[in-house]
Design a binder for this molecule. Structure first.
Ligand code: ADP
Ligand code: MG
Length: 241
């Protein structure tokens, strides 16, 4: 579904990603792991077209999003769900209006149709009937759920998560992991999950890719990944980063 080809990214003279090659398969959940500052979020932003690489190509099916005009990218992004590290909900809007935001901006659906979609998406994330609540009334985990409901409002083909459980306690982290798995099963989407939590990666992913100082040093199925002998991978598996 996505093919990252010889991608490099520099900010000024600082090379943050160095010749990354990675394929994301239709319908899989790929976890991208690595220590803080290794380049995970940068790679995710490139896949969404929020930044453009200084070298290489990023194929989304047959389109190179690394070299695509902004207008075309906007259109494409409607079919990509994004759940960021910080929930980024509009605090002055109800939960329902938050989920409906993109639909109102980008479609001419009737209010009745929008309400129906919002109802359904809130149900998918386990928050039925919360349309009229305000974000301030929600726990951190609930806000993440609302972000996910908003991300799936358009029926995306692919969902990107950047550290979806950062700032949440271990119980909430488990719940978000379960939600990622159930969303994946229910919608049959492709998922890319950036995390520095090895346990989460093992739990939710089909394959794991590890970035170390801007280089992709390992990518394999979860079972194989756990047997990799590279000392950097082993250190990560032991929770040393
Ligand atoms: P991670 O998500 O793995 O923690 P990031 O992708 O956020 O890492 O960052 C990788 C490196 O790139 C870091 O050293 C960070 O400071 C740098 N970086 C990220 N974004 C920018 C930017 N917009 N300008 C300059 N440096 C950046
Ligand atoms: Mg990051």
């Amino acid at each position: 579904m996505i093919k990252i080809e010889n991608v490099s990214m520099s900010f000024g003279d600082k090379k943050v990603l160095d010749n990354i090659n990675l394929e994301i398969k239709d319908g899989e959940t790929l976890a991208i792991i690595g220590g803080s500052g290794s380049g995970k979020s940068t790679l995710l932003r490139l896949m969404i077209g929020l930044d453009h690489p200084t070298g290489g190509k990023i194929w989304l099916r047959d389109k190179d999003i690394a070299h695509m005009p902004e207008k075309e990218l906007d259109e494409l992004r409607l079919h990509m769900g994004m759940v960021f590290q910080y929930s980024a909900l509009f605090d002055s809007m109800t939960v329902g209006d938050n989920v409906a935001f993109g639909l109102r901006e980008h479609t001419d659906y009737s209010e009745q149709k929008i309400a129906e979609i919002v109802r359904e998406k809130l149900e998918v994330v386990g928050l039925p009937g919360t349309e009229d609540m305000m974000p301030g009334e929600l726990s951190g985990g609930m806000k993440k759920r609302v972000s996910l409901a908003r991300a799936i409002a358009f029926g995306p083909e692919i969902i990107f998560y950047d550290e979806p459980s950062s700032g949440l306690d271990p119980i909430m982290t488990d719940k978000i992991d379960e939600l990622i798995i159930s969303t994946q099963k229910r919608l049959g989407v492709t998922s890319v999950v950036v995390t520095h939590d090895m346990d989460s990666a093992i739990h939710i992913a089909d394959r794991i890719a590890m970035i170390y100082e801007g280089r992709l040093i390992a990518v394999d199925t979860v079972d194989n990944f756990r047997r990799i002998e590279d000392p950097r991978v082993k250190a990560f598996l032991r929770g040393l980063y």
